[in-house]
Design a protein around this ligand. Structure first.
Ligand SMILES: [Zn+2]
Length: 482
């Protein structure tokens, strides 16, 4: 028998090759490196179950049903049970109620209706209705912390005020609405510390009217909306550029906060932070969570508020100081958005179901659901994180307010080079509210702090603000100064 061809030898060969391959993979894709004192990533079983239960067939059913109402233009018929936005509104309300049945009374569903006065795309006062499903958090210390996820169920063809034309809106935005409904269906039976709100808004195409009303109500009621996601145009995987991409999902986040004050702008000009808004921390959190729980998807961070010439339902939240991001497919096909359904020179125009990819939309829902479940299971992000500027030092002194959750384990300090787009390192520092990073100058790195509970669920990162004077006084060499 020739030893070179023996099964044993072949086996050893395969093992050797695979270990070299794995070693190389680790060098190419280093995950957030954690120093020895830090805790490794731990799996949250609930999140894995939710990701598994999300079903493309339900998403397809929702999209086809919404398309069947002919048009969902906000100005269309409200009382016809078969055609127009009223039919879509009532169908969605019933579907959210069905989802709530599995929640043991923790999920409530309401029609949030209001009269929209005349506006640029609203020729006469019109009733608008958002469908709002609230899954109450179960930890008393966290139940007031709210996460909102939305899609818009209204649609349009070429002209936003044309209420009669067919406007199937399969991608824009039955896709996002289906993501939200599917998450409500799957997540309603699970318990989370914090509260989740699933919303199908109207009036997006009329000027973000439904989301503006919701965000304004939240602000007036002083709600603690810790994060908001909008899913808009999340269903097409063949771009107008001919590129087929079924694995990339864009997350848009603003750098400089829409709600920034003059004092905050002065600090930013002095010590940086234009890449560290709360919305950008949220986007990084989503990418990290998706990498762990939805590895088949490539979450691409886009460092801008939205695409050129376009806006979305996250903007009214940003303007009111709430962190928010937008999810959108990687390559858009403009022949299938805001178009009258027609064939021109053999080319089909219109936002039809045949141009959306249900399996892809299910993966979008998984990225959303994993991120929301982690946000609502983890402690709150630490409040009032401060970089002390009371001494001249090559160390970095941090302190923050203590979290109130009973299941808190402690905190991690995270850091990165100032040119890195994402956090690269972290260190578990225990259940303390002050920590000094010895030998690491705050001038050379960006730092942040996040909270961890006893199950290993991590919060978003809080970016610190400097204590005391932010602009150093001009002094002669040799004198110390802040
Ligand atoms: Zn849209």
């Amino acid at each position: 028998m020739n030893l070179a061809e023996s099964p044993v030898r072949r086996f050893i060969h395969i093992v050797l090759i695979s270990s070299i391959f794995l070693l190389n993979l680790q060098t190419v894709f280093p995950q957030t490196t954690r120093s020895k004192t830090s805790r490794g990533p731990s799996r949250n079983k609930t999140i894995s179950n939710i990701v598994r239960e999300i079903d493309a067939h339900h998403i397809e059913h929702t999209i086809r049903q919404l398309v069947s109402f002919g048009t969902r233009n906000t100005l269309s018929e409200q009382r016809d049970p078969r055609r127009g936005i009223g039919a879509a509104r009532d169908w969605l309300y019933d579907e959210f109620l069905k989802a709530a049945a599995a929640s043991n009374g923790r999920m409530t569903v309401e029609k949030q209706s209001f009269e929209q006065p005349k506006a640029a795309r609203v020729p006469q006062p019109t009733m608008l209705t958002n469908i709002v499903a609230t899954l109450k958090g179960t930890q008393p210390q966290s139940t007031d912390r709210i996460y909102v996820v939305s899609g818009h169920y209204d649609s349009m063809c070429n002209t936003p005020t044309d209420a009669k034309c067919d406007a199937p809106g399969a991608n824009d935005d039955a896709s996002g609405t289906a993501v939200v409904l599917e998450m409500a269906r799957v997540m309603a039976k699970y318990e989370f510390d914090a509260t989740l709100i699933f919303v199908a808004v109207a009036g997006e195409e009329q000027g973000l009217l439904g989301s503006t009303y919701f965000a304004e109500q939240a602000k007036q009621k002083n709600w603690n909306v810790d994060a908001m996601f909008t899913n808009d145009i999340v269903g097409n995987t063949l771009g107008g550029n001919g590129v087929r991409d079924r694995t990339t999902l864009r997350v848009f986040s603003e750098g400089v906060p829409s709600s920034e004050t003059t004092a905050e702008a002065n600090t930013r000009r002095s010590v940086g932070g234009e890449n560290d808004s709360p919305s950008r921390q949220l986007a990084r959190f989503i990418k990290e969570t998706a990498t762990s729980y939805v590895p088949q998807m490539n979450v691409t961070l886009i460092y801008r508020r939205d695409r050129y010439l376009r806006g979305g339902d996250h903007i009214p939240f940003l303007e009111r100081g709430y962190p928010a991001v937008r999810f959108t497919e990687p390559n858009e096909e403009f022949r299938h958005q805001h178009q009258n359904v027609r064939i021109e020179n053999g080319v089909q125009f219109g936002d039809l179901p045949e141009f959306v990819d249900f399996a892809y939309i299910a993966n979008v829902a998984r990225v959303n659901a994993a991120s929301l479940a982690m946000l609502a299971s983890a402690p709150a992000r630490p409040r009032d994180v401060v970089i002390l500027t009371t001494r001249l030092t090559n160390d970095t002194d941090l302190n923050w307010e203590a979290n109130v959750e009973p299941d808190l384990s402690g905190y991690e300090v995270v850091w990165r080079d100032t040119t890195s787009p994402v956090w690269t390192n972290s260190k578990f520092v225990g259940n303390v509210t002050t920590f000094t990073m010895k030998g690491m100058s705050k001038d050379n790195y960006f730092f942040g702090v996040r909270a961890i509970d006893k199950d290993g669920n991590r919060s978003q990162v809080t970016y610190p603000h400097p204590s005391g004077r932010t602009a150093p006084a001009v002094t002669s060499p040799g004198t110390t100064s802040n």
